[in-house]
Each structure stands twice: as structure tokens, then as C-alpha cells.
Design a protein. Structure first.
Length: 55
């Protein structure tokens, strides 16, 4: 997995990554995290789809 972008602002963190799998399609993914006051995960979201750009 390669992280392409990491953005953090306040209690929100967004990760954009490329997941490369041998023999099958690569996937682009987005993970979204919200942290509580003790910096613990309070909610998460994720989406993943085949990547258009192959290396």
C-alpha cells in the first residue's frame, strides 16, 4: 500500500492510498477518521474502487 495523500485538520484525518495486488487490479482507497477528545477513533469511513491508472 502506498499513501498518496494524508490530510489532517482538527479531529479529522483523511488518507488516500493505492493498493497494488499482484495479478489483479490495483485499487484506489480513501479512509476517513474522526478522533475523540482523547485522540481515539470515534468514527471511520472507507471507500475503495479499481484504479484507472495502472503502472
Amino acid at each position: 500500500m502506498t499513501f498518496k495523500h494524508v490530510v489532517a485538520e482538527g479531529n479529522l484525518v483523511v488518507l488516500h492510498c493505492l493498493q497494488e495486488w499482484p495479478g489483479i487490479d490495483d485499487y484506489a482507497g480513501m479512509d476517513i477518521f474522526r478522533l475523540d477528545d482523547q485522540a481515539r477513533l470515534s468514527s471511520t469511513g472507507m471507500c475503495c474502487k479499481p484504479s484507472v491508472a495502472r503502472r
